[in-house]
Design a protein around this ligand. Sequence first.
Ligand code: NAX
Length: 329
Amino acid sequence: MATTITITGAGGQIGYALLFRIAAGDMLGPDEKVRLRLLEIPQGLDAAAGAALELQDGAFSLLEHVEVTDDPTVGFDGANLALLVGARPRGPGMERGDLLAANAGIFGPQGAAIAEHAASDVRVTVVGNPANTNALIAASAADGVPAERFTALTRLDENRARAQLALTLERPIDSIRRVPIWGNHSATQFPDISHATVDGVPVAEAIHEKVGDVRAWQEQQFIPRVAKRGAEIIAVRGSSSVASAANAAIEHVRDWVRGTEEWTSAGVVSHGEYGVPEGLISSFPVRSVDGAWQIVDGLEIDDWARARINASVTELAEERETVRGLGML
Ligand code: NAX
């Protein structure tokens, strides 16, 4: 049986970077056939249809079927996996509340359509920003689907953090482990090195040898570099992160489906872990076990890290309040 994968915003930039890698087996492996459903809004249909033609021309042996549609009931029909990439970007003069409301108008109906039409094992990954709150809105609208099946992508932030550590320490990327992102996929996120290792040695010790004051380096260089990397990419490239975002989404879904040996990061629903208010979709250190994310428990959090986590989680709680205030939760 093939896996049915719905990609919303499939006519956009990240969609274009995702589709061919999924068809090539990068997400689910070389033995898993895939059926793709490309869900767009009317203005994006041509771009998605063009990508579908190119998918044909890729002659991918794993690709069984491609459907392009602007109808969510068709788009989510039988979906085992959904990547919600399409979102309303912030326009000129748009306030934060306007942005949340516009996206609630997208992710609420999509959550409801997922509940009604997707497969019973559906797993949803929200990429479109504001990703955590969009995931929360979709989960709330998806009656009967466990909230644990709705996640927000923070893997790109983790990859950015690991890459910065590898560059600073002049070590290979795979030597760097356990660098969770906490909180919101936004500038308040907290990339946490307190549990991280480089070749089994605490990262903090290795950083201390390189730069001296680890705390100052985190506050002045590492955290801002990671949290503002999206803006840096826009400034240098003239366009937002695309291939790295698609890569992170592929890794997120791959790990969710196939399991992890090491920790990673994902925005998942809180049951009150680490003091994060219940119901928020916050990034945590997670493992994937038997097809489900588990929050890594028992980590010691010092006061400085606690304040950072709280600041980001407070932002998430405020976003939830805004959406509630608009009657959209
Ligand atoms: P694009 O503007 O290139 O593509 C978005 C596509 O979504 C368009 O084709 C549009 O027609 C479609 N769309 C809009 N509303 C839709 C709806 N209701 N149903 C279906 N499709 C819809 O943006 P792109 O560069 O692909 O980025 C997509 C989203 O990813 C943005 O919200 C962006 O902010 C977010 N990102 C999230 C990241 C993360 O780590 N979570 C990192 C990268 C990126 O910034």
